[in-house]
Design a protein around this ligand. Structure first.
Ligand SMILES: Cc1cc2nc3c(=O)[nH]c(=O)nc-3n(C[C@H](O)[C@H](O)[C@H](O)COP(=O)(O)OP(=O)(O)OC[C@H]3O[C@@H](n4cnc5c(N)ncnc54)[C@H](O)[C@@H]3O)c2cc1C
Length: 489
């Protein structure tokens, strides 16, 4: 499929003889995250000749299990959202026997946690009474209900969640909180911002809850996501350190150029790079993508959430699933995931989102780790310093340029679908092309399978051999059902 520097006059004949062309439809997959790998897997299983071009020196993309502490730590995705058979990743995770640690059941006000095991503190180190946290949680839910009414009244008009909150509180002064309770309320808002990786003044009132949450609650991948992606990637032709800079589509195929000028040709391409990378226009499309596609790219929101993982020599914090610090603004609040509870390793993960995440990304790794540690020391003054730390940079890393997509104020939810719709022989996959599960690993995985099937139909239609090859469904991973191994049932 590789055609050498710019030497590509006739697309198909540059890589295949006539007979090979007939029997081996070919695809280039751009991006080796869950979406790209699942598309490549499915097309390979459907007897396509597939080459996957990945800009980094590793696969996985925003799934990034780091082993430098001597055990797995997920610096990107770590939860399986929807611990149930309907989750498209469940068959594979079950078959691999990977343990899960459930952090909440369905419909928690805190999205991926419930209030079973936590400790919230005021900035001076005083612990917030549980009854107050529960009470304010109910108030937070009531405010959300009020914002729902506001949404109905407003019809087509949209506004930010922050604005909707303040209108709701004007209308219902009984829901307003003072003192410590008001800080706890800000902390709930902070957790909402963490879920969407953006500040409340950018989240759409109209569409914030349009993503689909599968049943079964949310669970951490105790051994990290890496084994899952590695299994999917087995046997694929993956070219690491291949940053795509140009995608040219012609009536008879695509030609893809990478940074060093090397080109690849195939019948079709699956573009599975992050929305942030598409927004940055670092890949040139020739001819330009249609206006509706460019608009979808420009208008979809993408937020930033980061992780600062701190490895300690011993556990000195309470034996709870997470620690939190309340403050008078969401920006001032903190959240630490206690990996020790789920995995037995003495690690706390500080997770800032939105503007705070952006600001911290401007710091050196050392300063960022210090910042996280200082937040911890505010509540646990005797905390010993971490022996190792890891800092993610999802917002500025040129391979991601954001953590995941969200519905921005005033922009339609259909943008996800518009981003997915193919353009000739270019197919699009990735979390931001998923209308059902945007921002999630299983969403990215599903869109890869969908793009693969669309691609198979289109390419084989062109070949006039629609019945010859198997459906691109990743059958091997989807069919057998093995129960998931879940702790904290
Ligand atoms: C901090 C954080 C926490 C998260 N937590 C969760 C969670 O707990 N659960 C959950 O379900 N989801 C979570 N997510 C979201 C989840 O990680 C993503 O939705 C999902 O992994 C996206 O997969 P993808 O294949 O669409 O994109 P990616 O995984 O980003 O894959 C795209 C690939 O394209 C490559 N690429 C970029 N530019 C080029 C180029 N020019 N040429 C070639 N290759 C290129 C990238 O290197 C990357 O490998 C989290 C994300 C982050 C950042």
């Amino acid at each position: 499929m590789e055609s050498g520097n710019g030497n590509n006059r006739q697309l198909k004949s540059a890589c295949y003889s006539e007979s090979e062309q007939f029997h081996s439809p070919s695809v280039i997959v751009i991006g080796g995250g869950f979406a790209g790998i699942s598309a490549a897997r499915a097309l390979c299983d459907a007897s396509f000749k597939v080459v996957l071009l990945e800009s980094r020196d590793r696969i996985g993309g925003r799934v990034c299990t780091d082993y430098s502490f001597g055990f797995p730590v997920d610096m990107g995705a770590s939860w399986l959202h929807g611990v149930c058979r309907e989750n498209p990743l469940a068959p594979l995770i079950g078959r691999l026997g990977l343990p899960l640690y459930r952090t909440c059941g369905d419909n928690s006000v805190l999205f991926d946690h419930d209030l079973e095991s936590y400790a919230l503190f005021d900035a001076d180190g005083g612990q917030v009474p549980e009854e107050l946290v529960t009470k304010v949680g109910k108030i937070f839910e009531s405010i959300l209900k009020e914002t729902g009414k506001l949404r109905e009244e407003n019809g087509e008009e949209d506004m930010s969640m922050l604005r909707a909150f303040s209108i709701a509180l004007e209308r219902r002064p009984d829901l307003r909180q003072e003192g410590l309770a008001s800080k706890v309320l800000q902390w709930y808002l902070c957790r909402m911002e963490g879920w969407f990786a953006t500040d409340a003044d950018t989240i759409s009132l109209k569409y914030w809850d349009k993503e689909e949450l599968l049943p079964g609650g949310h669970a951490l991948m105790v051994r990290g996501y890496r084994p899952v992606i590695n299994t999917l990637a087995k046997g694929l032709d993956i070219r690491l350190n291949h940053r795509v800079t140009k995608v040219a589509r012609r009536y008879n195929g695509v030609k893809v150029t990478v940074e060093d000028g090397k080109t690849f040709v195939a019948d079709a391409a699956v573009v599975a790079v992050p929305i942030g990378v598409l927004k940055a226009n670092s890949i040139k499309f020739e001819p330009r993508l249609p206006e509706w596609k460019e608009e979808a790219i420009a208008n979809l929101g993408v937020g930033t959430e980061n992780k600062i993982a701190m490895h300690f020599d011993k556990v000195f914090w309470p034996n709870v699933e997470f620690l939190g610090v309340v403050a008078s603004t969401p920006y001032g609040c903190s959240y630490f995931l206690n990996l020790h509870k789920a995995t037995g390793h003495p690690v706390l993960i500080y997770m800032p989102a939105g503007r705070l995440a952006h600001d911290i990304e401007k710091m050196s790794d050392e300063a960022a780790a210090n910042f996280a540690f200082l937040q911890l020391r505010r509540i646990l003054p005797d905390a010993s310093e971490p022996i190792q730390y890891l800092v993610s940079h999802w917002g500025t890393d040129i391979n991601s340029l954001g953590s995941y997509s969200f519905d921005a104020v005033g922009k339609p939810h259909e943008l996800y679908e518009k981003l997915r719709i193919p353009v000739d022989n270019l197919f699009f996959a990735g979390e931001a092309t998923s209308t059902r599960f945007p921002g999630m690993v299983h969403g990215a995985f599903s869109t890869g399978l969908m793009a693969a099937e669309d691609c198979r139909m289109r390419v084989l239609d062109g070949y006039g051999e629609l019945d010859l090859l198997h459906p691109a469904r990743g059958e091997e991973f989807a069919s057998r059902s093995v129960p998931l191994l879940i702790s904290r049932m």
